[in-house]
Design a protein around this ligand. Sequence first.
Ligand code: SF4
Length: 300
Amino acid sequence: MLRLTTQCNSACTHCTVADVEAHEARDARQALGEIVEARKRGCDELVIMRGEPTLRPELAKLAQAARRIGYRLVQIQTNGRLLCYPDYLDRLVRAGVDFFEVSLFGARASTHDAISADEGAFDQTVAGLRLLAARPQLGHLVTIAVLAANLDELVAMVELVAELGLARVQLNFTRPVRVDGRWRTEVLARLDDAGPAIRAALRRARALGLAASTEAVPLCQLDPEDRAAAETARDFVDVQVVDLHRRHASFADHHRQVRPHAPQCAECALAQVCPTTWAAYQELFGTNELRALNSADGFL
Ligand code: SF4
């Protein structure tokens, strides 16, 4: 996982790269060097993380270079806005980008645009998603950021993803971010409010035949049927991260640090496989919304 920049053409209220310490963006030569070095270390999947990689003119060339040296998957995390330009999307695909992880913040333009802080963002993202749906050979994941402002639209967002002809969705409980010494708590949903909305969205996804997963949603806030699709630290053992301000040889250790267990998790039957939720959330709001499960609560 490689970050090129924290710049973006949106200015999302909850932006989770807003607290990445200020560092120069990686230029094309440095980025290529990191891609080559990571390949030598054995990496064969490249994920170019947010800020917005489509703002970087060298993106297609980096993807092409990665493919040439043996990466079998090149993925970008994007707000999807520039994917609405068919020629640009074609260029990325020809260069070797074969997986697109696209953020969605609302089922209505007014909600998505308010969260993106830019009018027109929704129309562009949806147009980009339509173009992706027309290319079933490409991998995709629509990531829905779960926020106070969109809890009542989670089900409708899942329905929109299905209507567009896409197949995979992930509900991400948003990490609290502190900028200039202030936590942006006003954008955050509380777990006990988000839980019912997330469960309803996952039930709808199941009914529509979508593959659905979650990030940073404790298993005690999920229906048993959806717990197997929650991410765990074990998913990240082989993931190396080259951020702008730090590196992780295995992201699993960092994952465990930023998602600590609460005291009551010691009594929980699913503690070993539970992602819990963000340390910062637990510090800000306490841990009363986490409730130990017993084995009778089931996993699958
Ligand atoms: S009590 Fe803790 S370990 Fe158990 S499901 Fe909730 S967050 Fe996970």
